[in-house]
Design a protein around this ligand. Structure first.
Ligand code: GLY
Ligand code: MN
Length: 350
């Protein structure tokens, strides 16, 4: 019997007394997967100390029964939010936590109306996200494989860089190679940016053809056994002029400094500052237009955020990206990104 999901639900319900809730409504698919193993796209999960109930539609009931254990699976009647409200009314749950960032106004008003006046609603934001931040050994093992797979795909993509090749051809090859190597797909739309298009941090692949003496940014991630990787490499196609070499070295030094700052107990804002400080010393900080990194796991962007002023302290089991970059209009951009796991006494670049 798989003990992972019940253990995760226990870690969650242990927080309920402190939050002053009897149950939590979970409506985000990555969260309900984390707690139950259910991979369907539609539903609502109610977790209480006593029971876990998943309400879903006819497409997913059989699947939910197969994928979960210790979860009551119920078929929705009408909308999932009406059914959830009716379930709450019948089960006499008094105080239910909800995450306002995961529910629309219409969903909230529907579920409240169906639940009736006996049910008190209490905002409880990011509660599952907080548990998800601490990955266990099993999750880290999968994430290690997802990162290695992404690295292998980068190596393959480098062999395809030829004069005249188009950005979208490289992106298509990258995503094909991920799947060939066992990924269920790309963790986000693959970024392939040539020349001055590399100045866009989130460039979408276009029909632009590669020319000699251009920067190339490749930012890609694979989903392997539900977990994401996210890495970026920047190369110069040709012989890089001195100015580009200096910029590259500055970004690389910023990344090395930020990785060196990653440590159990360190505030996330300090890691961001370590990268930023290196770019300040090169007079390049105004070109670093995003944060240093983000948490990674079942989703490509999750907690904790590695950004200016973030007070949250890193903990064992956190996995974060470290991805400083600089973007210079009409010239190009340089970003280097790796995935870093925090352990008790050390860190690990996945
Ligand atoms: N690698 C894409 C992103 O982090 O937004
Ligand atoms: Mn990233």
């Amino acid at each position: 019997m798989n003990t992972t999901f019940p253990r995760r639900r226990r870690s969650l319900t242990e927080k309920f007394a402190g939050l002053e809730i009897d149950a939590l409504l979970v409506t985000h698919p990555a969260d309900w997967y984390y707690l139950t193993g259910f991979t369907g796209e539609s539903g609502a999960l109610i977790v209480s100390q006593r029971a876990t109930t998943l309400i879903t539609d006819g497409r997913f009931v059989g699947q939910a029964k197969r994928e979960t254990a210790g979860v009551n699976v119920a078929l929705q009647k009408g909308s999932v939010f009406e059914s959830t409200g009716e379930f709450l009314r019948a089960s006499k749950i008094q105080t239910i936590g909800f995450d306002a960032t995961q529910l629309t106004v219409a969903q909230m008003s529907g579920v409240r109306k169906a639940a009736g006046r006996g049910c008190r609603w209490k905002p409880a934001q990011g509660v599952v996200a907080g548990v998800r931040m601490r990955k266990d050994a099993q999750e880290l093992a999968v994430m290690r494989r997802a990162a290695i797979l992404a690295g292998q795909v980068v190596e393959h993509a480098l062999t395809l860089l030829k004069t005249g090749v188009r950005e979208f051809e490289i992106a298509a090859e990258i995503e094909y190679q991920m799947r060939r190597r066992g990924a269920s797909g790309a963790a986000f739309e693959t970024i392939v940016a040539f020349g001055e298009r590399a100045a866009l941090p989130h460039a979408r692949p276009t029909a632009k053809r590669l020319k000699k003496n251009e920067l190339v940014v490749l930012d890609l991630g694979a989903i392997l056994a539900h977990y994401c990787s996210d890495i970026t490499r920047t190369i110069y196609f040709g012989k890089a002029p001195e100015r580009i070499r200096q910029w590259y070295k500055a970004v690389q030094d910023a990344q090395v400094a930020a990785i060196a700052a990653v440590k159990n107990g360190v505030p996330c804002g300090d890691v961001d500052a370590a990268a930023r400080q290196v770019l300040v010393s090169h007079g390049l900080d105004k070109h670093f237009v995003h944060s240093t990194g983000h948490g990674l796991g079942l989703e490509v962007h999750e907690d904790p955020r590695i950004a200016r002023g973030q007070k949250k302290h890193l903990e064992p089991g956190n996995v974060v990206t470290i991805e400083p970059g600089i973007y210079i209009e009409d010239v190009g951009g340089i970003r280097i990104e790796d995935d870093v796991a925090v352990h008790e006494e050390r860190i690990e670049v996945l």
